[in-house]
Design a protein around this ligand. Structure first.
Ligand code: SF4
Length: 288
């Protein structure tokens, strides 16, 4: 049924996944290997509806649906409206439809288009920010700058769609760790995202970033440096509205959860606690 590899955000682990696109429309980030084996395509409306029909036959009750793969928002608005309407008709019990939206795809949609999608059931968009620092964004070939990221976030929020963003600790390497942390904290403050996930850089063989490391053009951060970077990032988040903060992905050295700004001191104290060498070591041993 599925075209693998298949990815979805951790918070969609209990969702029905419908592949409306295959691969990623950008597919050029220097650290990412997720969809390198796939040519990006938008599936035909007929195929997507056939998939929805099929899933309706086999699943009795579906609360949440995630439209995969990497950038389902790039689908033409009229087609997305038809997909959402069809989902509503076949899965009336479904209370949440979400998808990944690249900043470029978001910016291709007008405010009205996003509002229409919201009215037809699109509840949340996941957007990869990775960094708020323009040099880092350029280095990783993200394809957008910080200004465009903020603009995309604002467009989602203005349409009353929930916004979930991810950033990557360590993605600037040792050379750019400070600017990456500070500017990422600042961009999050400007975005008013509802959810923020902090991941830690995991380098995969075959990526451009891996080659840079082999050529000694990029220095990875140690565990302690990663924690210092995350601490600096949190210190620079000055959110007016609540942001659900999660740093509990499998890639992270320690697990942190809270709501900003309310839990800022708590999160910073947690990092201080773990920065004690022994405690970090114990945590490492527990994970092994
Ligand atoms: S990080 Fe996201 S946008 Fe970049 S290539 Fe990977 S899937 Fe595509």
């Amino acid at each position: 049924m599925y075209d693998y590899p298949l990815y979805r955000p951790p918070s969609e682990s209990n969702s029905l996944i419908i592949q409306a696109t295959l691969g990623c429309s950008h597919n050029k980030c220097s650290f990412c290997n997720m969809y390198r084996s796939k040519k990006f395509i938008i599936k035909s409306l007929e195929d997507i509806k056939n998939d929805i029909d099929y899933f309706r036959q086999i699943y009795g009750h579906v609360e949440r649906i995630f439209l995969a793969d990497g950038d389902a928002l790039i689908i033409k608005t009229e087609d997305l409206k038809e997909i959402l309407t069809y989902i509503k008709m076949l899965f009336p019990e479904c209370s949440r439809v979400t998808l990944y939206g690249s900043p470029k795809s978001i910016l291709l949609k007008t405010h009205e288009e996003l509002k229409n999608l919201k009215d037809l059931g699109l509840s949340m968009i996941y957007m990869g920010v990775e960094s708020g620092d323009d040099e880092v964004l350029n280095d990783i070939n993200k394809g957008v700058n910080s200004e465009e990221l903020i603009k995309a976030a604002k467009r989602v929020k203005d349409a009353n769609i929930l916004l979930s963003v991810t950033v990557i600790a360590g993605i600037g390497g040792r050379e750019k760790t400070k600017n990456h942390a500070i500017r990422t904290g600042q961009i999050i403050s400007s975005m008013a995202a509802d959810y923020l996930g902090v991941l830690t850089l995991m380098v995969e063989e075959g990526t451009k970033l891996h080659n840079k490391i082999l050529n000694k053009e990029f220095q990875l951060l140690t565990d302690k440096e990663i924690l210092s970077e995350i601490k600096l990032l949190i210190e620079h988040i000055d959110a007016n509205e609540p942001v659900v903060f999660r740093c509990n992905h499998a890639s992270n050295y320690i697990s942190l959860k809270g709501i900003l700004p309310k839990d800022k001191e708590y999160l910073l104290n947690q990092i201080d606690y773990y920065q004690d060498t022994n405690k970090l070591k114990q945590e490492d041993e527990r994970r092994l």
